[in-house]
Design a protein around this ligand. Structure first.
Ligand SMILES: O=C(O)[C@]1(O)C[C@H](CCCOc2ccccc2)[C@@H](O)[C@H](O)C1
Length: 149
């Protein structure tokens, strides 16, 4: 059994309530429940954490290393475009991670086109709403079943 950690950045606690035309109608609870059920069906353990505070997300990334987390699935939200500190935390713990976005930032405002962590990610999945998270989980499960060489 492997540990998988899902991290949600700032304002994602509003998911499903505000701006459904951009981010969909699923709530974070809906997404987390679907991910936990899928991970359990594959024999793995999935936890999740959401914070609007950069330092809390960094602390949770450090804790993931202490817990022996195998994969991190992270939607850094606006911190994607601003946070060297979260980049450094991800690099520091050396846990493979997938960067996730509900929307397609590359089809939005130019300031959303750059990510401070995408180049460190195993992959980036964006533009599929809640399915971006589910697709990322499938990718992690595939890697857990057959490690990349
Ligand atoms: O598309 C994504 O998942 C984003 O990470 C979402 C971020 C925004 C998260 C805020 O989510 C909300 C959800 C509902 C209502 C208001 C904000 C945005 O800053 C990124 O460029 C792309």
């Amino acid at each position: 059994m492997a540990r998988i950690l899902v991290l949600h950045g700032p304002n994602l606690n509003l998911l499903g309530v505000r701006e459904p035309s951009v981010y969909g109608h699923e709530t974070l609870a809906d997404i987390n429940a679907s991910l936990a059920a899928r991970a359990q069906s594959a024999g793995h353990d999935l936890g999740w954490f959401q914070s609007n505070a950069e330092h809390e997300l960094i602390g949770r990334i450090h804790q993931a290393r202490d817990e022996g987390t195998a994969w991190i699935l992270i939607n850094p939200a606006a911190f994607t475009h601003t946070s060297v500190a979260i980049r450094d935390a991800l690099a520091g713990v050396a846990i493979p991670f997938i960067e996730i976005h509900l929307s397609n930032p590359h089809a939005r405002e130019p300031f959303r086109h750059h990510s401070y962590m995408a180049d460190l990610a195993s992959g980036v999945i964006c533009g599929f709403g809640g399915d971006s998270y589910r697709l990322a989980l499938e990718a992690a499960l595939l890697r857990l079943a057959v490690p990349a060489n």
